[in-house]
Write a protein of this length. Structure first.
Lengths: 259, 259
DNA sequence: TGAGGCCGGTTGTCTAGACAAGCAGTCATG
DNA sequence: CATGACTGCTTGTCTAGACAACCGGCCTCA
C-alpha cells in the first residue's frame, strides 16, 4: 500500500480525498474487480482518520456502484464499468463533447408563444401562458442528428431572447444567467418512422427508423421547467441504460435490510 | 408533530424506523412537496437519538429522491413521485403484471448450443462454451409484443432444461433453483424496422417501427449471467426513463452515437 | 438608500470510542 | 468423520460531542 497522505488543510473533505484515492487505484489497475478493499480499521489507522470518515468514503463508492460490501467479509471492487452508469440529464452539447464530437445547432425558430395545451399541462402552467420556444436542428460536425423543440416558461427567464445566443448551449445559459440547473428529467421514448419533414431536415429517407423523445426536466424540489419534444435519427443514435433491481441498495450504500 | 416513539429493542435499525416514519408522514400528506423536514437537532432531541442516526435516515431519503437538503437552510420534501424511479430490472412477466396485463409466452426453442462469438464475449465465456438459449414470443393477452432470445451459461444452471418449464418466468426459476438474482443490467436500445421474420411473428407490416434491445444482466459483484437480444413492437411499447444529474463529473454514460 | 457586518439556525464534516451481527476458519468433542 | 463451540476479523449501527461552512434576516453605519 502506498503511503497515501491526507491533506488536512485542504478545502476538499477528507472522505472525498479517500474516495478519489481509491478510484485512482482502481483506474490504475492496482485494485481489480473482486479484490477486497483494505478493511476499514486498517485504512482508518494507516491514514490517521476516524473509522466513520473511512466509512463515508466507502459508502460513496458503493452508491456509485464501484464497490459493494458484505457484513462479516469485507468491501470488494465490483466489476461494473464506470462509464456506463445511469443515464444523466445532459444537454446535447455536453453529450457530444463527452464523445469528442463538435456539437452544432441550426436554429429554426426562437420566439415567445402562448403555450399549447400539451405544453402548459406538462409544465403545470396556466393555459396559454407565454413560453419560449426554441426549435433547433442538432448536428455532430456536419451531419444532422435530430430535431429538438424546447419549451420554457417565459416567467422564469424573461429576457432570454435577448441574452442568449441560440446557437450556444441552452443549459449553460440557464445556469449562468438565472441559476437554473436541471436536476432530473422524465423521458419517454417511442420508436417511429421519419415523416416527410423529418426526412428533409435529417437527410434520411421517408420511413427511416427514428426515436421520438419527450422530455420534462425538473429543478431542485420537483418543479418542471423545460419540456422538450425531439426526433432523432435511429441509424446514428443509440440509448444506453443501466437498470437496477433494488432501490434499497442505493439507500444504505450497500446491502441494507433484506426483507 | 406526533410523539413518534422509537423501539429500541427492535431488530429494525433506528435510522430505518425514522426513515419509514417520515415516509409514512409524506404518504399521509402531513408533509407536502416543498415542506421542510424538522431540523436534525430537533428530531435528534425529540426522538432521543444521536444526530448522526437522524442524519443517516435523512440521507437515505435524499438518495431515494424523496427529499433534498441545502446547507444552511434545511431538508425539504421534493415533489418527485416514488413510483417513477429509475427503470428496474424486471422480467417481462413482472412488467406485464405491473400493468395489469396477462403475460404469456410462446416458446420457439429451448436448447443448449455453443456460444456464438457475440454471446461469449458479452458473457465473458470461453469461445463456444455451451450456453442455454431460450427463444420466446412474448404476448400480452393474445397480442404479440416482442421476440426475445436469452442466453445463459450452462455452467451456472446445469439442469435448467429439465427443471424449468419454459412457459413460466425465467427469473423466478433462476432464483428458486439456483439462488441467482439479477442485480442490475445494461441495456442498449436501437430503433429499427421490422424484418420479414419479425413481421410474421409480431403480426405487423414489414418496415413497421420496432425497438431492438440488447441486455446484459449482472449478479452481485458485476458478473454477467444473462444476455438477451429482443425485438419489440414500436406501436405497443414505450420506454420511460428517469434521468438524473449526478453531482460529481465522474461518469460519462448515456445515449450516444453509433460508433 | 445602499453596503457591510453580525447573529442565530441549519447542514456538512469529523472524532474516538462502543457493542452487535455475520462470516470463516480452527479446534475439541462425540 | 461429523458436529458444534469458540475465536478473530469484518462490517453495521449508534453515541455525544465538536467545529466549519453557509444562509437569511437584522442592524448599523456611511
Amino acid at each position: 500500500m502506498l503511503p497515501f497522505a491526507i491533506d488536512r488543510h485542504s478545502v476538499v473533505p477528507i472522505y472525498y480525498q479517500i474516495q478519489q484515492h481509491l478510484l485512482d487505484r482502481i483506474h490504475r489497475g492496482e485494485l481489480k474487480p473482486g479484490d477486497p478493499v483494505p478493511p476499514e480499521q486498517e485504512l482508518s489507522a494507516s491514514l490517521g482518520v476516524s473509522r466513520m470518515t473511512v466509512r463515508q468514503a466507502l459508502k460513496s463508492l458503493c452508491s456509485l456502484g464501484v464497490a459493494y460490501s458484505r457484513r462479516g467479509r469485507g468491501t470488494f471492487i465490483s466489476g461494473m464499468k464506470l462509464e456506463k452508469n445511469c443515464r444523466q440529464v445532459r444537454s446535447f452539447t455536453e453529450e457530444m463533447q463527452a464523445l469528442g464530437l463538435r456539437p452544432r445547432s441550426k436554429v429554426l425558430s426562437f420566439r415567445v408563444r402562448p403555450a399549447a395545451r400539451e405544453v402548459s399541462e406538462a409544465l403545470r402552467l396556466r393555459p396559454k401562458e407565454p413560453v419560449i420556444r426554441l426549435e433547433r436542428i442538432r448536428l455532430a460536425g456536419a451531419s444532422p442528428m435530430g430535431v429538438e423543440s424546447s419549451y420554457l416558461p417565459q416567467r422564469l427567464c424573461p429576457d432570454l431572447l435577448s441574452q442568449f445566443d441560440p446557437r450556444g448551449s441552452l443549459y449553460q445559459a440557464l445556469w449562468q444567467h438565472y441559476g437554473i440547473q436541471m436536476l432530473f428529467a422524465d423521458e419517454t421514448v417511442e420508436a417511429g418512422l421519419a415523416s416527410a419533414q423529418d426526412s428533409q431536415r435529417l437527410r434520411v429517407p421517408v420511413g427511416a427508423p427514428v426515436f421520438l423523445f419527450t422530455r420534462l426536466s425538473y429543478v431542485h424540489g420537483g418543479q418542471p421547467v423545460e419540456y422538450v419534444k425531439s426526433v432523432y435519427r435511429g441509424d446514428r443514435y443509440k440509448i444506453v441504460n443501466r437498470l437496477t433491481r433494488l432501490n434499497r441498495a442505493l439507500l444504505t450504500g450497500g446491502s441494507g435490510l433484506v426483507t
